[in-house]
Design a protein around this ligand. Structure first.
Ligand code: GLA
Length: 396
């Protein structure tokens, strides 16, 4: 090889490396630059999700003002799949979804995006058809339908993982499966958000980005109870450094409006998820919301905390028994500060802003009252209702 050719080859390799580098961050670059916002069928509808339900949710997302507040994805969870693939292995929908392409067109016509669900295993969690051995085919089908988001749920692959000779071998089966679908999605050329659902096994936050995840579940399933929501939400302490634009920790979908918690508890849920820069995927029936539920889900100040462009996840600053203070740094130099009371009855406490990086008096807005508090002195005495929160946006 002449010197010139060697230089040319080296130049080629370098350009290849640099061209590929950004794609290694997340499945498709440019998606989920802030935590995904939308709705998912599972928490409320479980197996009863249908084409009609999805259309009604899309309609309600627009008429309730949620779309204009930033909610975008309408995600179909498990149970849309037919029992059998067709002769060439193409995935089919069951009778609840007569025409997925037409449904996607409908959702897109509302200015929204459509998500779908599958598993790297032969079966999904609810024992429907998974993508095992059909990854490329399924990714192509999703792209042809116009799908914009895939939740890829591990459970069905556990059969294969359990048969592995060691934990390391099982881990490799899981990682390879996630990479396989990442590559399949990538090769469609369609920007599709890639959501890993795997409950935090093997500290997924440490390798979720490498396998292409735009978000990854960090915990087991949420249920519509304060005990479940608070155990999940407050257990996220320490995970902040793993999140950022294009790759987020996912403490599971919202339960706001499903009826199992008080309004106070739902405000805690929404506040904590915003501080965690968590995906905001509503999980209630959007077509039957009370004004109170709409107010919680569409509070613009709270959404702005979650969607802040710096993309920094917040963390716990202190815990004094049931009183926990969490803070999230924001792009303009201010901070979201949540004073949470995990006790069932009201408690009074003091917030020392010097421990939150401020000097002397601060400027603050109470985001649930929507009230500017002006300048407040530190320490600041607050009374927080049982299971409730005081959520402030604080600046110097
Ligand atoms: C798992 C997931 C849930 C939901 C169901 C569907 O439990 O964690 O979010 O997708 O499967 O079967």
């Amino acid at each position: 090889m002449t010197m010139f050719r060697r230089c040319l080859a080296l130049f080629g390799m370098l350009t290849m490396t640099f061209a590929l580098a950004p794609q290694l961050q997340g499945q498709s670059s440019g998606v989920a630059m802030t935590p995904p916002m939308g709705w998912n069928s599972w928490n409320h509808f479980h197996r009863n999700v249908t084409d009609a339900v999805i259309r009604a949710q899309a309609d309600a997302m627009v008429s309730s003002g949620m779309r204009d507040a930033g909610y975008t994805y309408i995600n179909i969870d498990d149970t849309w799949e037919a029992e059998h693939r067709n002769a060439d292995g193409t995935i089919q929908t069951n009778e609840k979804f007569p025409d997925m392409k037409a449904l996607a067109d409908y959702v897109h016509s509302k200015g929204l995006k459509l998500g779908i669900y599958s598993s790297p295993g032969p079966l999904t969690c609810a024992k429907f058809e998974g993508s095992y051995g059909h990854e490329e085919q399924d990714a192509k089908t999703y792209a042809a339908w116009g799908i914009d988001y895939l939740k890829y749920d591990l459970c069905g692959l556990r059969v294969q993982m359990k048969a592995a000779p060691s934990h390391e071998a099982a881990h490799k089966i899981m990682v390879d499966a996630y990479i396989k679908m990442r590559d399949a999605l990538r090769s469609t050329g369609r920007p599709i958000v890639y959501s890993l659902c795997q409950y935090g096994d093997d500290a997924v936050w440490e390798w979720g980005t490498e396998v292409g995840g735009n978000l990854w579940r960090t915990t087991g399933d949420i249920s519509d109870k304060y005990a479940s929501m608070s155990a999940i939400g407050f257990s996220q302490a320490g995970l902040a450094r793993f999140a950022g634009p294009g790759h987020w920790n996912d403490p599971d979908m919202l339960e706001v409006g499903n009826g199992g918690m008080t309004a106070e508890e739902y405000r805690t849920h929404m506040s904590l998820w915003a501080i965690l820069a968590a995906p905001l995927l509503a999980g209630n029936d959007l077509s039957t919301m009370t004004p109170e539920t709409i107010a919680i889900l569409t509070n613009r100040d709270v959404i702005a905390i979650d969607q802040d462009r710096a993309g920094k996840q917040g963390d716990r600053v202190s815990a004094e028994g049931p009183i926990e203070i969490w803070a999230k740094p924001l792009a303009d130099g201010s901070k979201a500060v949540g004073v949470f009371n995990r006790h069932p009855g009201q408690l009074t406490t003091q917030v020392d802003f010097s421990k939150l990086g401020f000097k002397g008096a601060v400027k603050a807005k109470d985001l649930w009252l929507g009230k500017d508090l002006g300048k407040i002195a530190s320490p600041y005495t607050v009374t927080v209702p049982g299971h409730g929160v005081l959520l402030l946006r604080v600046s110097q």
